[in-house]
Design a protein around this ligand. Structure first.
Ligand SMILES: Nc1ncnc2c1ncn2[C@@H]1O[C@H](COP(=O)(O)OP(=O)(O)O)[C@@H](O)[C@H]1O
Ligand SMILES: [Mg+2]
Length: 372
């Protein structure tokens, strides 16, 4: 956002493919996302709509047409549901996708890159890190409401664009393969971590088992519930959930667990001083309050009971993925030091242990909040 690049022919050409009639001012790279390249397109008419142009990372998402059809189905459903809520604003609270002049929700350029355009939501901001209880509460509200509005969307309308995304059995299989192959000879450095993971493997598959038994319903969930995927308004109130690329059928506990994974950790995801890792219980409580305020209208009792399982599962999955990458020679996650993935694994496993040790406290907060 700091450096405005001169509007270049490429971006200008791209914009002309979309149904945008406004006169366009300079273009600037925007935001702190790690997956897509994002540009803000400013309307010369200050009162007009600004746009957000994104190049979709088609290495991560290899079926862009299916992905964009998911986004259309999801945003249309959200808008339709919100239009029935008094006082709601469907333009500000849901992403609006701009179609191409051909009527498609994306444009494929001659280099094979895919582009899309949203309405830019003015006077909003996102934060990478939750710092206050108020923010945690707003984050919980945003994702709770998102799930609630989608709870009656036919799951067959949203395709599994990344199969097995949060499937722990799949992730543990990958780890097993990496252990057997031991391609970079790191196995003997991680025996304690493997033992810790193995001991918990059966318990961590519980959500999947309950799902297969029909006890937990598959719903449309967000799957990337980081706090910076919520836009807050000028008063720091949740306005719009963004980054809908991973919205897929799954279990509500995945979203809850992934939010809590970062919010509750008093340190960084890759903290090296393991004894510093602790739990921020007030932030957990605030998120849970915001979440229930919105989600209570559709959650089943089995789902409420699954939330704590999600809280334990998500850092565990993350540890399994870091460790797999470490054993495979660091192909997937960008590393900043030689043993970075091992460090990340250890930090996540310490977090799992802390969460286990505090299960009763966390469970009490969940029970108390939903009964309230
Ligand atoms: N419609 C929008 N209006 C305003 N800002 C947006 C909008 N969509 C995204 N952003 C900003 O751009 C950043 C990156 O967008 P996002 O869709 O989350 O991409 P990534 O997949 O790279 O995380 C967000 O964190 C947010 O700050
Ligand atoms: Mg994002």
């Amino acid at each position: 956002m700091d450096h405005i690049i001169p509007i270049n022919a490429r971006i200008f050409g791209l914009i002309s493919e979309f149904k945008i009639d406004a006169k366009i001012a300079p273009v600037e790279p925007f935001g702190s996302g790690h997956i897509n390249d994002t540009y803000r397109i400013i309307n010369s008419d200050a009162k007009g709509v600004d746009y957000l142009l994104q190049r979709i990372n088609h290495h991560v998402f290899n079926d862009v047409p299916a992905l964009m059809q998911n986004l259309l189905n999801v945003t249309n459903h959200l808008k339709q549901k919100l239009s029935l809520v008094p006082g709601a604003n469907t333009e500000k609270e849901v992403l609006t996708i701009v179609q191409t002049r051909q009527g498609l929700p994306y444009f494929k350029d001659k280099d094979g890159d895919y582009w899309r355009v949203f309405h830019f939501l003015k006077d909003t901001r996102s934060y990478d890190q939750v710092e206050t209880e108020k923010q945690a509460f707003e984050g919980g509200k945003a994702f709770g409401r998102f799930q609630a509005l989608l709870s009656d969307l036919d799951t067959s309308l949203v395709k599994d664009t990344i199969p097995d995304f949060h499937n722990i059995e799949f992730r543990l299989n990958k780890l097993r393969q990496a252990i057997d192959a031991n391609v970079v000879g790191r196995l003997n450095k991680v025996l304690a971590e493997i033992e810790f993971i193995k001991l918990r493997a059966a318990k961590m598959s519980e959500i999947l088992r309950l799902g297969r038994a029909g006890i937990l319903p598959r719903r449309i969930v967000h799957n990337d519930t980081k706090f910076n995927n919520v836009l807050l308004d000028s008063e720091d109130k949740a306005q719009c959930v963004i980054d809908l690329d991973t919205v897929m059928p799954g279990y509500v506990a995945y979203d809850f667990g992934d939010s809590i994974r970062t919010i509750i950790n008093t340190t960084a995801e890759d903290e090296t001083a393991l004894n510093q890792i602790g739990l921020n219980i007030p932030l957990f409580e605030a998120y849970t309050r915001g979440y229930f305020q919105q989600a209570i209208v559709f959650l089943t009792e089995a789902e409420i009971d699954s939330l704590l399982k999600g809280v334990l599962l998500l850092p565990y999955i993350q540890a399994v993925r870091f460790l797999t990458d470490y054993l495979e020679g660091d192909h997937y996650f960008k590393i900043h030091s030689r043993d970075h993935n091992l460090q990340r694994t250890r930090a996540q496993l310490v977090l799992v242990k802390k969460l286990e040790d505090n299960q009763e406290v966390l469970d009490h907060i969940i029970q108390k909040t939903w009964q309230h």
